[in-house]
Design a protein around this ligand. Structure first.
Ligand code: ADP
Ligand code: MG
Length: 326
């Protein structure tokens, strides 16, 4: 999960420092991989959530926090086409709130049970300040079917699973509107507090021949840029085609929902590219709510290593006040 300004450059420097492993993926994808003796690769990821930055305990219950801490990691495995997995869970908490640890663990356990993930260890330490939870997760994948960030090719279509913008719409409502929230916000709050990682969809895409994917943790626009940079291709995203969450549109309007879908983040849907010849097979195989939506293409109209948003054929740009024409 990103969050630091200049994180692209920082991670490029870390990758240069640590180097590339000879037997799999190192720094730079949703997860690292390495070969074992069998016909699979191990797939490993880790993500950390910090109180005050990634969550607030007046908006999130400890159980929801535990669920989400595992979900964000499972989402990285989903983006590789991998299956879970064993997890290590580390929590730092101040002594006065130590009973929270078990509540966090119960929420995490419910998602672990649902996804076939086993928690096999971790660490519990005292923190003088914010609560911090870190999950490290290892799963498995078929090396011939791995979904990678660097596998997008010219001429492919770009698509997403499900609807986008629900989680950040919930956050907007929590921060902008007085409690109690409109009952119509319930699905948005569920998407924010208990996101369901797209594990089955990731494996299905991989089985159908898709080779390039990333999970949408930081908003469609920035994830498209990650794919474009890693694959050294140009990606064009048509903002009118982005599938918006219906409850977000109902409560926040279409324009705001579209901005949140592009830049809001925490959707944990998958963004992927595929050969147009796979379109029919993918559309009928992917039966999840919202299915898949083609939102753009890998094209030489856009400079390699960049992602361009377009609206009615014209380039638009994301800005703090929403998206604006160049
Ligand atoms: P994601 O959003 O999928 O979790 P990130 O953007 O956080 O991915 O990380 C990008 C890549 O950089 C990943 O391969 C991750 O493992 C690696 N990475 C991030 N921080 C560090 C670090 N401090 N040391 C080594 N690798 C890191
Ligand atoms: Mg990711």
């Amino acid at each position: 999960m990103t969050g630091l300004p200049g994180e692209f450059e920082l991670i490029a420097r870390l990758a240069a420092l640590f180097g590339t492993p000879p037997d799999g993926l190192g720094i730079g994808d949703d997860a690292a991989t390495w070969r074992t003796t069998g016909n699979t690769v191990q797939v490993a990821t880790t993500d950390m959530l910090i109180e005050g930055i990634h969550f607030r305990l007046d908006w999130t219950t400890p159980g929801d926090l535990g669920w989400k801490a595992l979900a964000v990691n499972l989402s990285d495995l989903a983006a590789m086409g991998a299956t879970p997995g064993r997890a290590l869970v580390s929590i730092a908490v101040d002594a006065a709130r130590r009973e929270i640890v078990l509540e966090v663990a119960r929420g995490l356990h419910s998602l672990a049970e649902r996804t076939g993930t086993r928690v096999v260890g971790g660490d519990t330490v005292r923190s003088p300040g914010p609560l911090v939870i870190n999950v490290a997760l290892v799963g498995e994948a078929n090396p011939a079917r791995l979904l990678r960030r660097d596998a997008a090719r010219l001429g492919e279509l770009v698509a997403v699973t499900g609807h986008l913008g629900a989680s950040s719409a919930a956050l907007a409502l929590l921060s902008e509107r007085p409690a109690p929230l409109d009952p119509a916000a319930a699905p948005l709050l569920a998407a924010h507090h208990r996101p369901v990682p797209r594990l089955a969809a990731g494996q299905l895409l991989a089985a159908c021949g898709v080779r390039c994917a990333i999970d949408i943790s930081d908003g469609l626009a920035s994830e498209a840029l990650h794919l474009a940079r890693a694959s050294e291709v140009g990606i064009e995203i048509d903002v009118a085609r982005v599938p918006l969450d219906p409850a977000a549109v109902c409560l926040l309007g279409e324009r705001r929902s579209r901005e949140l879908a592009l830049a809001g983040g925490e959707d944990y849907e998958l963004l992927f590219t595929f050969d147009p010849r796979l379109a029919d097979e993918l559309a009928s195989a992917l039966t999840i709510d919202g299915g898949l939506t083609v939102v753009g293409e890998v094209t030489d109209r856009v400079a390699p290593g960049t992602a361009q948003l377009v609206e009615a054929g014209h380039p638009v740009e994301l800005a703090d006040s929403g998206y604006v024409a160049f």
